[in-house]
Ligand binder design. Sequence first.
Ligand SMILES: Nc1ncnc2c1ncn2[C@@H]1O[C@H](COP(=O)(O)OP(=O)(O)OP(=O)(O)O)[C@@H](O)[C@H]1O
Ligand SMILES: [Mg+2]
Ligand SMILES: [Zn+2]
Length: 229
Amino acid sequence: MDEEILKGLIKKPTGGEWPCTGGCGKMLDWPGACSECIAKFERSLRGFVEKTIEEKLREAEVPPASISRYTWEGVRNVPDPQALRAWAGKPPLLTLSGPAGTGKTAIGVLLIETWLEAGNQARYVHVPRLIESLRRRDDAARADAQAALDTARAVKGLVVLDEAIALRQTEFAVDTVLQTVDYRLSYELPTVVITNAPLDVIRGLDERLSSRLSGGWIVFVAGHDLRAR
Ligand SMILES: Nc1ncnc2c1ncn2[C@@H]1O[C@H](COP(=O)(O)OP(=O)(O)OP(=O)(O)O)[C@@H](O)[C@H]1O
Ligand SMILES: [Mg+2]
Ligand SMILES: [Zn+2]
C-alpha cells in the first residue's frame, strides 16, 4: 500500500499522537485527558461528594413517607409561612402547637429541608418512638437508644422533636423532652418542638417545660384537618 494512504488511515482527524486518557477516543497533541473529559470527571466527582437533598433528608432520619411530600406553598394553617421559613434559630426554641392533621409535621420537615439546603445539619426525632426504645427491657437496645438521643440532642444544627408532648404523657416522657430542650437551650441550639397538646395542658404536665416553651416562639397551627377530604 502507498505510504501516504497508510499514514492517512492511522492518523485520526484531530491529528495528535496521544489518545485521550479520558477514554473518549480523541487523539491529542499532548499526553493526558482532553478538556471535555476533565470537565466530565469533575462533574461526576462533584456528584459523588455532594449528596442529593433526598439523601440528606434520609440521613437526618426524616421518615421516608415524609420525604418530597410537602411544599411551603402547601402550608395552610399558619398566618405567615414565610416568617417560619425564614426562622434562623432565633429565638432558639420554636413550638408548633395544634390539633391533629393541621400540617405540623409538614412544617417541621420543610424546616429541616431548608436548613439542609443551606448547608446546615438537621435531625428529625419522633419522640414517641424514641421514648419507646428508651424503655426497652433489653439493655443493649436501651443503650443504643440512649446513644441515639445523646447524638441527636448534640446536633449543632436544627433538631425537630415531633409529637414531643401528647395530651397524656408519662412522667418519664415529659422528663426526657424537658432534659433535651434544656440541654439545647443551654447551648442556644435551634430546636423545634411539635405538639398537639394545648399550652395549658403542657403547663399542667410540667411547669418547667411550659415555662421554657413560653420563652421561645410559639406558633399555633390551627384550622382544618388537612387529612380530611
Ligand atoms: N405543606 C404541605 N404540603 C403538602 N401537603 C401537606 C402540607 N401540610 C400538610 N399536608 C397534608 O396534610 C397531611 C397532614 O399533615 P401533617 O402530617 O403535617 O399534620 P400534623 O399536624 O403533623 O398531624 P398530627 O398531629 O396528627 O401528627 C399530610 O399528610 C399531607 O397530606
Ligand atoms: Mg405530625
Ligand atoms: Zn477526552
